[in-house]
Each structure stands twice: as C-alpha cells, then as structure tokens.
Design a protein around this ligand. Sequence first.
Ligand SMILES: NC(=O)C1=CN([C@@H]2O[C@H](COP(=O)(O)OP(=O)(O)OC[C@H]3O[C@@H](n4cnc5c(N)ncnc54)[C@H](O)[C@@H]3O)[C@@H](O)[C@H]2O)C=CC1
Ligand SMILES: O=C(O)[C@@H]1CCC=N1
Length: 281
Amino acid sequence: MSEETMTSPSESPRVAVIGGGVMGGTIITAIRVAGWPVEGIAVAEKDRDRAGALEEAHGIHASESIGEAVDGAEVIVIAVKPQDADSALAQIAPAYKPGALVITVAAGLPTSFYESRLPEGAPVVRCMPNTPAIVARGATAIAAGSHASSQHLGIAESMLRATGLVVTVAEEDLDAVTAVSGSGPAYFYAVVEALTEAGVAHGLDRTLATQLAAQTFVGAAQLLMESGDTPQTLRRRVSSPGGTTIAALDAMEHAGLQGVVSAGANAAAARSKELAQELGD
Ligand SMILES: NC(=O)C1=CN([C@@H]2O[C@H](COP(=O)(O)OP(=O)(O)OC[C@H]3O[C@@H](n4cnc5c(N)ncnc54)[C@H](O)[C@@H]3O)[C@@H](O)[C@H]2O)C=CC1
Ligand SMILES: O=C(O)[C@@H]1CCC=N1
C-alpha cells in the first residue's frame, strides 16, 4: 500500500488481523466501528472456537492460515503473543504485499524486530493498547518504526480511535507506557480486589464492596480528567484535617504504597525490555 492510496476507510483497504484473541478481537470491533467494511477484514486465528466466534460476531472471514489472511492485505495487524511473533512473521513475509502497513500490539518487541523479518522498507507502527479498549475507554500509545511516516501513524490512529485515547510517542517510551497504561488495568483490579477484601473484613457484602470500589475509581478518574486539577489537589480535597482519609493515606504510605507501585511499574518496564532481548536477534 502506498501512503497516498489509503487514507480513509471508505477506500476499503484490506486489513488482515493475525491473532483474534483479546486484543485482535478488540481491534476488529474498533475498525468495524470506524467504518471498515466487513469484506475488507480477514483474520488468522488458530483456535477454531475463537475463529468461529469472530466469524459469528463480525461476519468476517477467519482462517487458520496466516498466508491466506495476509494475501493482498494493505494493513496487517499483528496481535499474537510476543513469543508467537517470530513464527507469525515467517508466514507473513512470503505473502507480504510491498508497502503494506504492519501494525503490532505485541509487548516488548521493537519495530526493528519486524523490519528485519519483512521485506526491506516495510512500514511498521508499534502500539501499546490496554484492555479498557474493549469498552472504548482504552489508552493506546503508538510509535513509528524507521520506515513509517506520519501518514502511517494517521492510519493506525484512525483504526484505533474507537478504542479510546490514542497518543503518539517515541518508540523508546513504549516500555514506560507498557508499565503505566498497558499493564495498568491489572494494577487497578489488584487494588479493587484488596479494597474488596478490606470491605468484606469490615462486614460488607463482597459484591457490594466491589461495586462501591469500582464506582469510586471510575468516578475519581473521571473527576481527575474533567476537572483539570492535579491528583495532589484532588487528594487533598478528600482529606479532611484529622479525618479518615489522612489516617488511611498515612497508613498506606507507612506500609510502602509509593514503593509498591513503583516496584510494579519498574518490573513491567524491565520485563518489556527483557522480552526484546529474549526473543530478538
Ligand atoms: N491483553 C492485554 O492487556 C494486552 C496485550 N497486548 C499484546 O497483545 C498481544 C495479544 O495479546 P492478547 O490478545 O491478550 O492474547 P490472546 O492470547 O488473547 O490472543 C492471541 C491470539 O493469537 C492466536 N494465535 C497465536 N499464534 C497464532 C498463529 N500462528 N496463527 C493464528 N493465530 C495465532 C491465539 O490463538 C490467540 O487467540 C500480545 O502480544 C500482548 O503483548 C498489548 C497490550 C495489552
Ligand atoms: O502482560 C503483558 O505482557 C501484556 C502487555 C501489557 C498488558 N498485557
């Protein structure tokens, strides 16, 4: 695909999604919402049940063969686990249409990993989405490889727009993005689990405690985004002098909250870098 020949869904570029799991399925939904025609989307999914579910949900063609899905595709979305990317690329390369845009969501693997396994000059855009994309509240960062232009980034952005926020970053920032927003939803769920347990220990019904915790975090996040205030300002607004919140925050800090969160984020960023070394050349 030349950049000039594809700028909008109405031009019906052929899209092949490789791996129709959580992220692949979410991206298919997003591009359908963005107006991509069903007949322009193919998916390669080796799990038969999952392939059948995608066909039923979207009316698209699912194949076990990566070569078949990629044949003639102008955009190839790679949504397999990092450990499966090398073998997927070995099947993509022979069917690759010169100039086709490759969009990858795999954690850790740099754009050079793809470029070195595809014909010379392949434009690659690397993305780090997160699971709230499933409900159109995702946060995705995208970065251009060495042959990807701003127009290629624009195509990726237009395909992912329906998943929520999309921002462009330098590729070197993607490990940090992974540590904050890519893995971030899991930190939130872990905190909700802990808060639920605390609520249950104090006599609350488990379902109610989870509901209250989730609504509190959704509301707090919305207030943060809509008010334009800093987290510090909003935290102080909850914290009455001599009140319950200060008592809680003091206890959390004493128990190492800041250290716990940064240790988690550091481990995610380190693992992202490690994946590149482990699976790269
Ligand atoms: N789940 C998450 O929160 C996030 C995941 N990612 C990245 O997205 C990628 C996919 O992750 P998930 O969707 O969570 O995994 P998943 O396991 O749900 O989906 C991967 C799919 O690829 C299929 N697959 C594997 N090899 C294949 C092959 N050779 N041919 C056809 N299909 C094949 C599997 O059957 C599976 O359905 C990973 O690289 C991950 O790093 C990125 C950001 C967030
Ligand atoms: O856990 C992982 O490796 C992927 C990347 C970010 C979220 N899930």
